[in-house]
Design a protein. Sequence first.
Length: 149
Amino acid sequence: MKENNTPDFKLRQATQADVKLMFRLQKIDGAHLNQDDGEQVAKFEEYKLDFKPAEIQIVYLAGEPVGRLRVVRGDEIYIGGMQILPEYRGRGLGTAILESLIEESKQTSKPIRLEVFHNNLPAFSLYQKAGFKVVEENDQQKIMVYEPS
């Protein structure tokens, strides 16, 4: 932990070897892949074909892979996905990741943009507390932006 009790996380580039963790995070919200479930295995095989590790970073906490982060940088900092395994949620890790991206936003004067599903209230609350504002919404998601001051 850092002095301010924010988790000291690390990031590393994803590799093809991370495909099971990524599937667990994205497709079955933290549940382990059940090899006896034919439908789940078929979804995993399809996911493997589309998996692009070059676009993703693995989030580590205390040496353990606990999440994924996808950030695209251009005229803005776009958070294309941030997922943490359920057993690691609620420990301030999402806040720590956002704080590091907000610091980058302030240093580069680039806004941060993301989307959050309407039913993902914990994430929406996290983004609001971090200073993100809703700028648009559709049937499924809110589009939020953090503007550096």
